[in-house]
Design a binder for this molecule. Structure first.
Ligand SMILES: Nc1ncnc2c1ncn2[C@@H]1O[C@H](COP(=O)(O)OP(=O)(O)OP(=O)(O)O)[C@@H](O)[C@H]1O
Length: 297
C-alpha cells in the first residue's frame, strides 16, 4: 500500500466536490435557521488546511499540506492512509483539538460559515477506551447520562436516554456485566468500544469524530462496531455527520463508507465516493487485483 501511495502524489483535485459542498451547506444552514432545529445536520468543510509543528532548533514541519474536503449529514466519511500519514491530525484539526505546539491555517467551515461548534453538537471518541473498570455497562452509561445531560431533563428521562442508547449500540445483553480491565476480565474489546461510543452519543451530537474505532478488534467485531456507527447516520430524526479514521477495513466495512479521504504523507491522494475509489485508481494505472480488498492494495 505504501509504495502504491507514494507513487500517486496528490492525484485528485477536489474541484468537482466544491459545488456539492456549497449546495449541502446551504441546505444544512437553512435547516439550522429553521426554528433553531440545530439537530438537522452539520456540513463540515475544510479548504487548504495546513498543520505544522514546531520542532527542535525552531524548525517547523508540515504534517498536513493543503487538504480540502467535506463531510455531509447522514453520511460516513472514512479517513484512511498509512501509519503517520496524518489521519489523527486531520481529525483533531477538524474537531479543534490540536495540541499547543501545532499551528493550523486554512478554512474550516460549519454549514458554510466560520463558527464555533455549540456545546453538545459534536463528540469525539478517542482511540483508547478510558472507562472505569469496576463499573458495569449500565452504571457507566447511567452516570455519564446524569453528568452530561442538561438539568432540564428529569432523572427518569436521563435514564430512558441511557437505556435507549445502550440498545442502540447493541449492548443490552451486557448491561449488568462489569467493564473489567487489566487482571479482571469483563466485557469484550468490541463491547468496550461500543460503551465508549455510547457515552459520547448520549447527548445526541450531530457531528461525531471517531479515531480508529475498530483498532484492536477482529474483523467480525470491527464490522459490528462500524455497522452500529454507520446506522447512527440517520436515526431518531437526526442526520449525523460521522468522520472516522480507520486502518485497513474489511470489504464489508469499506462498503459502509459513503466518502473516502485517503491520505499519504499529509496530502490528499483521493477524496470522493468510497464506491468510486477502485475505478479511480484503475484509471490511473493501479487496478485492484481480482479478489482483493481495495483498502489493502
Ligand atoms: N504534536 C506533534 N508534534 C510533533 N509531531 C507530530 C505531532 N502530531 C503529529 N505529529 C507527527 O505527524 C505525523 C502524522 O501523525 P498522525 O498521528 O496524524 O498520523 P496517523 O496517520 O494518525 O498515524 P497512525 O495511523 O499511526 O495513528 C507523524 O509523523 C507524527 O509523528
Amino acid at each position: 500500500m505504501t509504495s502504491f501511495l507514494s507513487a500517486v502524489p496528490n492525484i485528485l483535485e477536489i474541484e468537482t466536490t466544491r459545488e456539492e459542498v456549497k449546495a449541502s451547506s446551504i441546505i444544512a444552514s437553512k435547516r439550522m435557521n429553521n426554528g433553531g432545529e440545530e439537530n438537522k445536520g452539520i456540513c463540515l468543510s475544510w479548504k487548504d488546511l495546513w498543520v505544522t509543528v514546531s520542532g527542535s532548533k525552531n524548525q517547523s514541519k508540515s504534517i498536513l499540506e493543503g487538504l480540502t474536503g467535506y463531510a455531509k449529514p447522514g453520511q460516513v466519511l472514512a479517513i484512511m492512509g498509512p501509519s503517520g500519514s496524518g489521519k489523527s491530525t486531520l481529525l483533531d484539526a477538524l474537531a479543534g483539538r490540536l495540541g499547543s505546539n501545532t499551528r493550523q491555517s486554512g478554512e474550516i467551515l460549519i454549514n458554510g460559515y466560520k463558527q464555533a461548534l455549540a456545546y453538545g453538537t459534536s463528540a469525539y471518541v478517542t482511540q483508547d477506551d478510558t472507562l472505569l473498570t469496576t463499573l458495569t455497562v449500565k452504571e457507566a452509561v447511567y452516570y455519564s447520562a446524569q453528568l452530561q445531560l442538561p438539568d432540564t431533563m428529569s432523572k427518569q428521562e436521563k435514564k430512558q436516554r441511557a437505556d435507549s442508547t445502550i440498545r442502540e449500540m447493541g449492548l443490552q445483553d451486557a448491561t449488568n456485566t462489569r467493564i473489567g480491565g487489566w487482571g479482571v476480565k469483563g466485557i469484550s474489546g468490541g463491547q468496550k468500544r461500543r460503551v465508549s461510543i455510547c457515552i459520547e452519543i448520549l447527548t445526541h451530537p450531530s457531528l461525531l469524530f471517531l479515531d480508529e474505532p475498530t483498532s484492536g478488534l477482529d474483523s467480525a467485531a470491527s464490522y459490528y462496531v462500524m455497522k452500529r456507527i454507520a446506522s447512527l447516520g440517520k436515526k431518531d430524526g437526526i442526520q449525523r455527520t460521522i468522520i472516522a479514521s480507520i486502518h485497513q477495513p474489511s470489504t464489508e466495512v469499506f462498503q459502509l463508507f459513503h466518502n473516502l479521504c485517503l491520505l499519504s504523507s499529509g496530502k490528499t491522494v483521493y477524496f470522493g465516493p468510497a464506491s468510486a475509489a477502485s475505478e479511480f485508481f484503475a484509471l490511473n494505472g493501479f487496478p485492484c487485483p481480482p479478489l482483493q480488498n481495495p483498502s489493502f492494495t
